[in-house]
Design a protein around this ligand. Structure first.
Ligand SMILES: Nc1nc2c(c(=O)[nH]1)N[C@H]1C(S)=C(S)[C@@H](COP(=O)(O)OP(=O)(O)OC[C@H]3O[C@@H](n4cnc5c(N)ncnc54)[C@H](O)[C@@H]3O)O[C@H]1N2
Ligand code: MOO
Length: 385
C-alpha cells in the first residue's frame, strides 16, 4: 500500500486548478499575485515621527522653548528658533529644521516668563532618534510586492498602502463540499437514535473560509443515481469537489465506482496510515480534481488538513520536529498520525482518544505528529492543526 510520503509526491504532480481573476482586495487572501506591485511613493512618504513627545533642532542643549503642537494629519510644520521645539504626535511629519524626537515620558514641561518650555530628563540625546526617515523602508518606483507572492493578510496591507483596491490573482474558485450517508442529519435537526449530526462538511468549509476559499455544501443520500447526478451538476461549474464518506469497503460505499463512471482516474485509493486509510484522490483530463475523504470525522479532519491543505498551499514536507511524551510503540505496517498538545517549548504530549470516530478527545489537539511505521524515535515531524 502507498506510504504517506509517496502520496505527498503524487499530489505535487496534480496541478491545482486556479483561475486568473481581478478581485477586490478583501477577496484576494490566499491568491497568488500575478503582477509586481510598485511603491507609488517613498515609504514612509515623509520623515515620520515615531513617538508622542517633542521634535528639536538642537541636541546639545537641555531646555527648549515650545513653538506649538503638530498632530498627525496636519501639514508639515517648521521650527523657526534653532533652540526651540515642537510638541509632536506619533505619525506627524517631522517639522522642518528638527533633527531628533524625544518621547513624552522623558520630558518635563514648565513655564518661564509666561512662555511654555520643556526639558529633557536624559543626559544624552541622539541625532535622528525616533524619526522614521523618508524612504528608509522602500523608495518610490521599487518593487514592494513580487509577482508570485501567496497573499497573506500582511501582503494585503501592503497592497492597500500602495493604492491597489483590486488585484490580479490566481485563486481557487468555489469548492463544493459533499457529505454522504443515510445516517446523517443536518445540524438543526434532532437525530433519531440511529442517526448522527453531520459535522465533516462544516469543518471543511470553515477551514476553507480561513484560507480565503468560498464553498457550498450539499448532502447526498446513499443512492448511486442521485450521487452521480449531483456530482455531475457540480462538476459543470466548479473545479474541485470534496466528499466525505462512502470510500471504504461497505456495501453502500459507492463513491469510488461513481467517480470512475464520471471519468476520474484514481491517483490513489488507500494509504498505509492510521487514521484515514481509505483516502481517495483523483483527477480528470479537464483538470477537475476530487478528494474523497474517509467518513470518520477524524479521518476527514486528518486527510483534509494534511493532504488537501498542503496541496492547495504548495506546502512541502518535511514539517518541523517536536519531542513527544507518552508515545506508544510504532505500528508495524502503518504510519500513524497522532494528536499532540504542546506542553512547553519544543515539547508536546500525546492525547488519548477512542479512534477516528472520536471528535471529543481531539478538541485539545494542537498538531498531528507523524510516527512512521516501525520508527521508535520520540522526536517526530508534525503538522499544525
Ligand atoms: N471492512 C472494512 N471496513 C472499514 C475499513 C476497511 O478498510 N475495511 N476502513 C475503516 C476506516 S479506516 C474508515 S476511516 C471508515 C471510512 O469509511 P467510509 O469513508 O466508507 O465512511 P462511512 O462508512 O460513510 O462513515 C464512517 C463513519 O463516519 C461517520 N460520518 C460519515 N460522514 C460524516 C459526516 N459528514 N459527519 C460526521 N460523521 C460522519 C459515519 O456515520 C460513520 O460512523 O471505514 C472503516 N471501515
Ligand atoms: O483510517 Mo480510519 O480513519 O482508521 O478510521
Amino acid at each position: 500500500m502507498l506510504k504517506p510520503q509517496e502520496a505527498f509526491q503524487i499530489l505535487q504532480e496534480i496541478p491545482v486548478p486556479r483561475q486568473k481573476v481581478h478581485l477586490p482586495l478583501i477577496h484576494c487572501l490566499g491568491g497568488i499575485l500575478m503582477e509586481d506591485l510598485l511603491a507609488d511613493r517613498d515609504f514612509p512618504p515623509f520623515d515620520r515621527v515615531m513617538m508622542d513627545g517633542i521634535a528639536i533642532g538642537n541636541i546639545h542643549i537641555k531646555e527648549w522653548a515650545l513653538e506649538g503642537i503638530a498632530f498627525a494629519g496636519e501639514t508639515q510644520k517648521s521650527l523657526s528658533n534653532p533652540n526651540g521645539a515642537w510638541e509632536i504626535m506619533t505619525g506627524s511629519p517631522l517639522p522642518k529644521n528638527c533633527v531628533a524626537v524625544l518621547k513624552i515620558e522623558d520630558l518635563d514641561f514648565f513655564e518661564k516668563e509666561g512662555k511654555k518650555w520643556v526639558s529633557s530628563k536624559n543626559d544624552t540625546i541622539e541625532k535622528g532618534s525616533f524619526i522614521h526617515t523618508q524612504g528608509s523602508d522602500i523608495q518610490q518606483g521599487q518593487i514592494i510586492l513580487k509577482k508570485g507572492t501567496r497573499l497573506k493578510a500582511n501582503h494585503i496591507a501592503i497592497a492597500a498602502s500602495v493604492g491597489y483596491s483590486k488585484l490580479w490573482v490566481e485563486k481557487l474558485g468555489e469548492i463544493h463540499v459533499f457529505s454522504t450517508g443515510d445516517e446523517l442529519v443536518s445540524i438543526e435537526e434532532t437525530p433519531l437514535d440511529h442517526q448522527i449530526r453531520s459535522s465533516n462538511s462544516i469543518m471543511m468549509q470553515s477551514a476553507l473560509q480561513h484560507v480565503g476559499i468560498t464553498s457550498k455544501h450539499h448532502h447526498l443520500p446513499d443512492d448511486p443515481t442521485i450521487i452521480l447526478q449531483s456530482l455531475k451538476t457540480s462538476l459543470s461549474t466548479v473545479d474541485i469537489l470534496l466528499l466525505s464518506g462512502g470510500v471504504s469497503a461497505g456495501k453502500k460505499d459507492y463513491t469510488p465506482g461513481i467517480l470512475k463512471d464520471l471519468g476520474f482516474e484514481a491517483k490513489f485509493h488507500k494509504i498505509a496510515q492510521k487514521p484515514g486509510k481509505p483516502l481517495w484522490v483523483g483527477n480528470r483530463e479537464d483538470g477537475k480534481v476530487i478528494f474523497a475523504f474517509p467518513g470518520n470525522p477524524i479521518s476527514t479532519l486528518v486527510c483534509f488538513s494534511i493532504y488537501f491543505l498542503s496541496w492547495i498551499q504548495d506546502k512541502k514536507t518535511p514539517f518541523p520536529q517536536v519531542k513527544i511524551e507518552g508515545l506508544q510503540a510504532p505500528l508495524a505496517n502503518l504510519d500513524h498520525w497522532i494528536p499532540i498538545q504542546w506542553t512547553r517549548e519544543h515539547q508536546a504530549k500525546v492525547l488519548q482518544h477512542n479512534g477516528s470516530g472520536d471528535l471529543v478527545h481531539w478538541q485539545h489537539a494542537d498538531a498531528l505528529a507523524w510516527q512512521k511505521a516501525n520508527d521508535p524515535n520520540d522526536e517526530l515531524t508534525y503538522f499544525p492543526l
